[in-house]
Design a protein around this ligand. Structure first.
Ligand SMILES: [Zn+2]
Length: 167
């Protein structure tokens, strides 16, 4: 997910507001996207249990309602679900998964973020991680997922965030 503090909108003042724009992580940024943004700060978050999107969204919407009671969460939260969709459908190696995620971000997210004015601040973060299904075999690839999430392993719980500025 992505959150941004947008200097062009009066509803969000720099240093106080957040707009969440999508699902993304720093590791999946491509070179082209990186050329248009500068990382200001970065760190890690803990996902709530279970590590699924509906659980994280419930907590986020509650927090936004408290912090910004006059705004709809859709104005503040920009959810990009393309990476999660690829986690649930990819049957190939991590290399394929990451390549598909980067391609998706270049085609979808980078296009949308390019419209943001210079000096716009954003917070990009994942809502949960994922792990490889150790029981996955190629012979049952149509029945079993190769990647999954929802439990409490470190790779599902510890998630990245990055505060970035549009150059
Ligand atoms: Zn999912």
């Amino acid at each position: 997910m992505i959150s941004h503090e947008c200097q062009q909108h009066s509803l969000v003042r720099p240093g106080q507001g957040h707009r969440i724009c999508g699902k993304q992580s720093r590791s999946s940024s491509s070179a082209k996207l990186a050329d248009r943004f500068r990382v200001v700060r970065e760190g890690a978050l803990w996902a709530h249990q279970p590590t699924d999107t509906s659980t994280q969204l419930a907590h986020l919407e509650q927090a936004f309602q408290t912090a910004y009671p006059d705004n709809e969460s859709e104005e503040l939260l920009w959810k990009v679900s393309g990476i999660d969709e690829r986690i649930h459908t990819e049957k190939g190696s991590l290399t394929f998964l990451f390549a598909n995620a980067i391609r998706y971000l270049e085609l979808d997210l980078a296009f949308r973020l390019s419209d943001l004015p210079s000096r716009t601040l954003l917070i990009l973060f994942s809502d949960h991680g994922f792990v490889e299904n150790k029981a996955f075999t190629r012979t049952d690839k149509y029945e079993a997922p190769r990647y999954m999430h929802g439990k409490d392993s470190p790779f599902e719980v510890i998630i990245p965030w990055a505060w970035v500025m549009r150059l």
